[in-house]
Ligand binder design. Sequence first.
Ligand code: ASP
Ligand code: MG
Length: 405
Amino acid sequence: MERIVMKFGGTSVANPEKIAHAAQLVVGEVKRGKKVAVIVSAMGKTTDELLALANEVNPNAGRRELDMLLTTGEQVTASLLAMAIAAEGVEAKSFTGWQAGVTTEAIHGNARIEQVRAERIISTLEEDAVAVITGFQGIDAQGQLTTLGRGGSDTSAVAIAIAIDAAVCDIYTDVEGVFTTDPRLIEQARKLEEISYDEMLEIANLGAGVLHPRAVEFAKNHQMPLRVRPAHIEGEGTIIKEEIDLENNLIVRGVAFERDIVRSTVMYDTPYNGSLANIFTTLAKHHVNVDIIVQTIREDSQPSVSFSIKKQDFAEVVKVLEMNQEALGYRQVDFEVGLAKVSIVGSGMVSNPGVAATMFDAMRNASVPIKMVSTSEIKVSVVIPESDMEKAVTVLHEQYELAGE
Ligand code: ASP
Ligand code: MG
């Protein structure tokens, strides 16, 4: 009989009614003859609440104790969901990550899964019971509890799906699926039936937030089909897999965007070898995430390098650059705030030259100034004023006919 994984995010198990509804979805699959392993997140905003509690008790709490605290969130959901499934007349057993054989590296707060020894889950499924497993956690070689980083229960679900050789890993959430762009911004946004792992990775990394990027990467490496499905309504959601239907193979599959981008420009009097390495090594040491980098070096002009960062890192970058001005040897630094990044994503771009050109053309026709550009095989991103972001997304969504009929 076919095994499947069903994962429920925090909003889909936020209260007893929603837990009962999730249990019904699980029982539905059992009745269809599937052997089901369920992975759960903590209820609603529990993880945030636990962190706030810890902060009240000790703002500098150690990571080991934080992990001990955070793992309880998922444990509450797992036991309650097992009870709710039992209430529907189907046998269910809950397990913590470590009971389920999830081992991780020895890092608190952001551990990677090393292995899933799935014998216990598999024997539970073979006994015709549902296994309900806490996401977001595991155990390291020293027997310490670890967590996988915020949003990490998606990764637990994929790792367990791979370990039990599931046919599919269904991620139940509070959205209908993956859309051509955010339907909260663009009314014409359309739900996609399918999207490739690589496209999904670009969209996930661009902050669409539906799936944890690490989970998508893991699924891609093991060719595990993923499906983002709504828990609150009927719907087939969006399948994420390697090969997607060629007939619908649009060149551009989606338009992603991100607000709160800042451009920093560092100017030098004279070029010197190693300036790039020095700046970005210094920023990396302070855990600043730099995105797009643009540098031009010409004999006849003063050299400069521009890079984009998120607003949340702005203060840190100002501080780090100021503190290190002498060592980095630059003359002046300049910041531009109030920017946004808009990207078109689609695997069809690889074989279709000129996609970037049509995007720039659309921006020019809409009078949207482009501040920075970056491209990959399946993505073109532009940094533009945030005040033009909605217009840009609308224009691009139309330009690539993403709304469908
Ligand atoms: N409960 C954890 C969090 O809120 C893990 C997850 O939901 O994926 O980040
Ligand atoms: Mg999540």
